[in-house]
Design a protein around this ligand. Structure first.
Ligand code: NAP
Length: 334
């Protein structure tokens, strides 16, 4: 059997191009003892993949040239030599941008039939879990706090704002463009939305956070974050989730050096990785699912059709073209 894959063809300089990827056809491997063959339904499109395309040192190894692009994938079990999985089961794992993958059972998580498969990549998958652990474990909001979120209309940001609201906080979301601005207050319940492409961000933040920012959940970094750091409240917590504005930079961008503000406000700034919380995913997923079922958590998905269009979806997502969680539909359930 032949399967299609998207492999890394070249290491991008600056913004990735479609020619940095190649669509190839290969023979699908036969699963060995203890292995499972999975047919992809949806693959995920995420900012961290830009880091994997680079050789720069990071928390995970780079994708090699010619290797399948890494991604979370939700798919159907086709063949299984593991008693825990049967053909037809829906599973999620780091299986890459490819139609078929062979994996060990320990690398897969089962998705219950009651859960739409896309949610295993979104609110009930890595992005929802990032929002959950980043906000609750690192941001530690308390009722009455003002929580500011950058990248607030994105996959992670849309969940952070709603969780902060459920925790009794005032929420201020920052995103780019009129459609996303409408989603911030209309769909995701932010108290205030700021369009960083059109508004005077400094003035808008000052008006929205008269008592300062207690929690800043940062998905973006760069100049936007410099402006938020100037508005921290006493004992503020800055959650460094992502720095998407910097991912295409060839050399680090130097900005104003604002760490003195951490002294002034006795603030804490902390980076985190969602995968460090993997042993606790089982505690978070039922809570997120309960909020979803109760209609307290809303979400948008931005689905592109066809594995061959994954590079275009990825480049578009880094440009801000996605409205909600970026996904690529590879196949319909069989
Ligand atoms: P996303 O927000 O759905 O998509 C990326 C968004 O980034 C774009 O839609 C765009 O939104 C924004 N963006 C791009 N360039 C920008 C710039 N120069 N300035 C401001 N905004 C810019 O992506 P996501 O999956 O939810 O990821 C959000 C962040 O979380 C990323 O930084 C990612 O690396 C991080 N993350 C971290 C972890 C972890 O474990 N630490 C896990 C998952 C994700 P606008 O249209 O609003 O500009």
């Amino acid at each position: 059997m032949i399967g299609r894959q998207i492999v890394l063809a070249a290491r991008p300089e600056g913004e990735p191009k479609e020619s940095d990827f190649a669509l190839v056809e290969t023979e699908v491997p036969t699963p060995g003892p203890g292995e499972i063959l999975v047919r992809a339904l949806y693959v995920s499109v995420d900012p961290y993949q830009r880091g994997r395309m680079s050789e720069a040192r990071s928390y995970a190894k780079s994708v090699a040239l010619g290797e399948v692009m890494t991604s979370q994938t939700v798919g159907e079990v086709v063949e299984s030599d593991d008693d825990r999985f049967d053909p037809g089961d829906v599973v999620v794992g780091q299986l890459g941008w490819q139609e078929y993958a062979v994996a060990r059972g320990s690398a897969l998580r089962r998705v219950p039939p009651s859960v739409p498969p896309t949610l295993a990549l979104g609110v009930l998958g890595a992005t929802g879990l990032t929002a959950y652990f980043g906000l609750f474990e690192v941001g530690r909001p308390v009722p009455g706090d003002t929580v500011v979120v950058s990248g607030a209309a994105g996959a992670v940001g849309q969940v952070v704002g709603q969780l902060a609201r459920l925790a009794g906080c005032r929420t201020v979301g920052i995103a780019g463009g009129p459609d996303k601005l409408a989603d911030l207050t209309g769909e995701y319940g932010y108290d205030v939305g700021i369009d960083y492409k059109a508004d005077d961000v400094n003035g808008a933040l000052k008006a929205a956070c008269p008592d300062g920012v207690d929690v800043y959940f940062d998905n973006v970094g760069g100049e936007l974050s410099d402006l938020v750091l100037r508005r921290l409240a006493l004992h503020a917590r800055v959650v460094v989730c992502g720095q998407v504005s910097q991912y295409n930079n060839q050399t680090p961008e130097l900005g104003p050096r604002l760490l003195g503000l951490l002294i002034v406000h006795r603030a804490r700034i902390e980076g985190f990785l969602v995968t460090d919380y993997a042993p606790r995913f089982g505690e978070a997923i039922p809570r997120l699912a309960a909020w979803l079922a109760a209609g307290k958590l809303r979400y948008r998905e931005d689905v592109t059709d066809g594995l061959e269009n994954a590079p275009r979806a990825f480049i578009g997502m880094l440009r801000g073209e996605n409205r909600g969680k970026a996904l690529v539909r590879v196949a319909e359930p069989g």
